[in-house]
Write a protein that binds this ligand. Structure first.
Ligand SMILES: [Zn+2]
Length: 307
């Protein structure tokens, strides 16, 4: 049975309801499960609230065939039905539209401003909005919300950060969520600022805002190391700055260099205006490198600015 095959390949699997499970996501690095797996008769649907991975990406990461997502009856009826992926995306699109309707611009004293101000971030672009309430763990929380776009600037989903009214991270299992996606996640980014020639990219939204506040250089958030590896540099970028998260596992650094390697190969190619690619590693660590490795800490540009 397909569901069993998928569950057997995953770590920390727990049952969360009838035909519903949670597990560690194989598509990004995490310790707390944020991958949900659901079976609805004919199909198996996956969504990772950490990185936004869907069923196709999960089975690929596990080295399984995409047909594992469909049960036998589904496979037999396949020819007569519209694709599962399309149906799921159509549902997700409606859901995202509903969420979008509820968002508001930021205002003084709103949870998002408090949260970012505490991190030394004063200049906040209007690409960051306020979602007054989003339900998780049976309670409603105010959230920071930002749009995730694909390589062509089409909406893929939203990233939300659950907060409390005082601008602290909410006490919920998953603080930062990627909502269900309405299209492929290739080249996905939060396009926080408009760039003119020079574009900086990093992982987290707070890091990107922090980098802009400090340097006044347009910075996009790619959300996680997996998306950084897969990011597609826009053709009109001349100077690409890649800001690496410094992980003791070297995941962040490796992703930054992988993007640098792929991007550097585009210099002088088919309409690309790219001239320079640089990886920015932060040499000022919080404490000694050996300490950081021992404790499994990570540091990013935000920590650097706030040191
Ligand atoms: Zn994930």
């Amino acid at each position: 049975m397909s569901l069993t095959n998928i569950l057997n390949c995953l770590d920390k699997v727990t049952k969360t309801g009838q035909n519903a499970y949670k597990a560690i996501c194989p598509c990004h690095a995490e310790n707390t499960p944020s991958l949900t797996i659901k079976e609805d008769g004919n199909n198996i649907m996956c969504h990772c609230f950490g990185c936004g991975a869907n069923g196709m990406e999960v089975v690929q990461a596990l080295g399984l065939e995409s047909s594992e997502l469909f049960n036998e009856s589904r496979k037999m009826a396949e020819k007569n039905q519209p694709g599962t992926v399309e149906l799921e995306r159509e549902q997700n699109r409606k859901f995202l539209d509903e969420v979008r309707e509820q968002t508001k611009p930021l205002f003084d004293g709103c949870a998002v401003n408090l949260y970012l101000n505490k991190r030394g971030i004063k200049i906040i672009p209007n690409t960051i909005r306020f979602l007054p309430e989003y339900k998780q763990d049976g309670k409603y929380h105010p959230c920071l919300i930002a749009r995730l776009d694909d390589k062509d600037g089409n909406r893929v989903s939203y990233k939300i950060i659950h907060l409390d009214n005082n601008g602290n991270k909410a006490d919920v299992p998953i603080v930062k969520k990627t909502l269900p996606c309405e299209r492929d996640t290739d080249g996905m980014a939060v396009r926080l600022f408009k760039y003119n020639g020079t574009l900086a990219v990093c992982e987290g939204i707070e890091t990107a805002l922090s980098y802009y506040n400090e340097n006044k250089i347009a910075c996009w958030a790619l959300d996680n190391a997996l998306n950084m590896k897969k990011f597609i540099v826009p053709m009109d970028v001349k100077n690409l700055l890649i800001i690496a998260d410094m992980d003791s596992s070297f995941t962040g650094q490796a992703a930054a260099y992988e993007l640098a390697r792929r991007s550097a190969a585009l210099i002088g190619k088919d309409g690309y205006q790219l001239e320079r690619v640089n990886v920015i590693l932060l040499l000022k660590w919080r404490g000694e490198l050996s300490e950081m490795v021992d404790s499994g800490q990570k540091t990013d540009y935000l920590d650097y600015c706030n040191d």
